[in-house]
Design a protein around this ligand. Structure first.
Ligand code: NAI
Length: 269
């Protein structure tokens, strides 16, 4: 159902790889709610998944950009502004990847070149996307920028490996850039800390099924789905959340504030 929450708003949506992606669901909902946007993903991701199909469905275009490259981001923004016919009201950063996780390197045996890549792809790219938008003066007043995080930024989840440190950095960047963008443009910057979600990035983490089930049992509302996360992102892009900034917003069915659930106690007996 559409309430036209994003009518007249323009923006950028990163990270739609396939129909499980949080960004994919967000694009469909943003379209439903009247937004106009450009889709982007890493050039290598163009070969996989059906991002072109999504673009067709959303009546838009895909502009490839490696989010670690300032040059690619600059090109993405320049072309997007032209196609959209104006500046941006929202940006979704929905990007994460760790070569250490992907290649099975544990936290006590990290490859440090890969660690730099993890940080650059999963966190510093958020800074780059904001800094380029800032320098090119591309954000409209009262715009909204969202990144996606996970509770491993606050608590230790051994399987989450170096992505935990990347998420801590991502959340810190949201606070620091949120301060500047608030002062200069009334633009808000937040991260949404989402439940474990069965996507390519999510299920790449070892033991995903077990911690997905654990979180499901620990959360009074159960795990939040990708679609529910997309709804929250739409709300954060809408004018109903104008005064929310520099926050890490838990979207996890109550998991983050539950000590233990009855289901878990029963299982420990
Ligand atoms: P996904 O695998 O569908 O999306 C990750 C995206 O990052 C992919 O589209 C991939 O192509 C893109 N990407 C990787 N390297 C890139 C680069 N250099 N430049 C541009 N794009 C690049 O998975 P999902 O779950 O939708 O991930 C979206 C965000 O949500 C990520 O930040 C992830 O860490 C976060 N998140 C996911 C959770 C989960 O359990 N799936 C839980 C909490 C947060």
């Amino acid at each position: 159902m559409s309430n036209n929450l994003l009518a007249g708003k323009k923006g950028i949506i990163t990270g739609a790889l396939d129909e499980n992606s949080i960004a994919w669901k967000t694009a469909i909902k943003a379209k439903e709610q009247g937004a106009q946007f450009i889709l982007t993903n890493a050039p290598v991701a163009m070969r996989m998944g059906g991002i072109q199909e999504l673009a067709k469905e959303c009546n838009t275009e895909v502009i490839p950009a490696d989010a670690t490259s300032v040059e690619d981001i600059t090109n993405l923004y320049t072309q997007s502004k032209e196609i959209l016919g104006g500046n941006f009201d929202f940006i979704l950063h929905s990007i994460g990847m760790s070569p250490n996780v992907r290649k099975g390197k544990p936290y006590h045996d990290l490859n440090y070149d890969w660690l730099q890549k993890t940080y650059d792809i999963s966190a510093v790219s958020f800074h780059k996307m904001m800094q380029v938008a800032d320098k090119m003066e591309l954000m409209n007043e009262w715009g909204s920028i969202v990144g996606l995080s996970y509770i491993a930024a606050q608590r230790t989840y051994p399987f989450y490996n170096d992505m935990a440190d990347a998420k801590a950095l991502l959340e810190s960047i949201a606070r620091s850039y949120g301060y500047r963008f608030g002062k200069t443009k009334n633009v808000r910057v937040n991260t949404i800390s989402q439940s474990p979600t069965p996507t390519t990035a999510g299920s790449g983490i070892s033991g995903f099924d077990s911690f997905f089930n654990f979180a499901e049992k620990m959360s009074p509302l159960g795990n939040a789905t990708a679609e529910e996360c997309a709804n929250y992102i739409i709300m954060m892009f809408s004018d109903f959340t104008r005064m929310v900034t520099m926050q890490n917003l838990f979207h996890d069915g109550g998991y983050s504030f539950t000590g233990i659930s009855e289901e878990m106690i029963d299982q420990m007996k």
